[in-house]
Design a protein around this ligand. Structure first.
Ligand code: XMP
Length: 329
């Protein structure tokens, strides 16, 4: 296993050549750690860190890597399909796709407290992952996309950097394989590009673990969750068309659980509002609001109110952090 401390002499990975050298080094290191017969299990969310980790381990040991992708129903539009396409077709590994949408949404039905929602999502995720792990035999390694800021933050007591603590007893003896744990986020992205991962995966914006669940404010219902997913897809599409992709740090939509009156085709409506949030930050401790061009706002209002069922009003959140947080829950 590698050390948890990044050596002062370690060169910052900024070019495809440096990324290639890192990839070769890690392939050798993974093979050495896992041995000729060792098998690795990895929870693959489709985020940058777990995707790069999966791609690296796959290059080293091929089908002795099993990735489990749990669809909890709270992912963005097109994400589960993209994970299945990229890792099911383009990389040499075993991909287990678990459709756990009903299980998550049934457990979340009627739950409005944000922390309880987060706990339920976390608990069921571990349950589903452990159930899949038990179906497999001969696995003794757990791959994890831990990155260097996770290690630094866990040292400072800011967050727990890995989920081993949450795993059931029979999985706690798994040895960790963490090939990107000494890298900063920008380096992980350079390595991801060199591994051939699509830009939409490598450069994607931060996405909370509980996913769209914290953007469907209050008790989650399937129709309101779909309104969040559809409006988010429209927002991302319009940002890309306006050339703002990669230029604004994070942008998303939120659908709160109250309704207001509106009018459509001459008839009264009573529907939800959709809130647009677009922010910039360096450290996420303080956040400023991106002021969007008026014509982009007009297009978003037009498209979201006509294309997303259940939405009759679009609001734009101008609040920085502090006093607001980025997410609504
Ligand atoms: P807040 O709302 O705390 O968000 O100002 C700061 C950043 O963290 C993300 N975020 C999360 N990420 N699990 C995560 O992995 C979470 O539960 C979570 N909550 C917030 C948020 O999207 C923003 O980038």
């Amino acid at each position: 296993m590698q050390t948890d401390v990044r050596p002062e002499s370690m060169q910052r990975i900024t070019t495809p050549e440096l990324a290639q050298a890192f990839i070769e080094e890690q392939i050798a290191a993974i093979n050495k750690q896992v041995g000729p017969d060792g098998q690795v299990l990895l929870a693959l969310s489709g985020g940058v860190d777990s995707s790069v980790c999966a791609a690296l381990i796959s290059k080293a040991i091929g089908k002795r890597l099993t990735c489990v992708h749990v669809n909890h129903g709270l992912l963005r539009k097109g994400e589960p399909e993209q994970v299945c396409k990229v890792f099911g077709e383009e990389f040499d590994l075993n991909l287990v796709y678990v459709d756990a949408v009903d299980r998550f949404l049934n457990a979340l039905a009627g739950v409005s407290d944000p922390e309880t929602k987060r706990k339920i999502i976390g608990r069921i995720f571990i349950e589903v992952f452990a159930e899949e792990a038990r179906k497999l035999s001969g696995i003794s390694f757990l791959g994890q996309g831990t990155i260097y800021p996770d290690i630094l933050e866990s040292k400072d007591g800011i967050k727990a950097h890995h989920n081993v603590g949450g795993l059931p007893e029979d999985m706690k003896d798994f040895e960790l394989v963490e090939p990107v744990k000494l890298l900063y986020k920008d380096e992980v992205r350079v390595v991801g590009k060199a591994l051939g991962l699509p830009d939409s995966m490598v450069f994607r914006q931060p996405f909370p673990g509980p996913g769209l669940g914290v953007r469907c404010v209050g008790a989650i219902t399937r129709d309101r969750l779909e309104a969040v997913r559809e409006s988010d897809a429209i927002l991302r599409e319009e940002f890309a068309k306006a050339g703002l992709e990669g230029k604004v740090w994070q942008y998303f939509t939120v659908v709160p659980d109250f309704k207001s009156t509106g009018i459509k085709n001459g008839k009264r409506t009573f529907d939800w509002p959709c809130i647009i949030r677009a922010i910039n930050t360096v450290d996420v401790v303080e956040v400023t609001v991106e002021h969007l061009p008026a014509d982009l706002i007009d297009r978003l209002v037009q498209r979201i109110t006509t294309e997303v069922p259940g939405i009759n009003r679009v609001l734009y959140d101008f609040t920085p952090k502090p006093p607001a947080t980025v997410e609504y829950e």
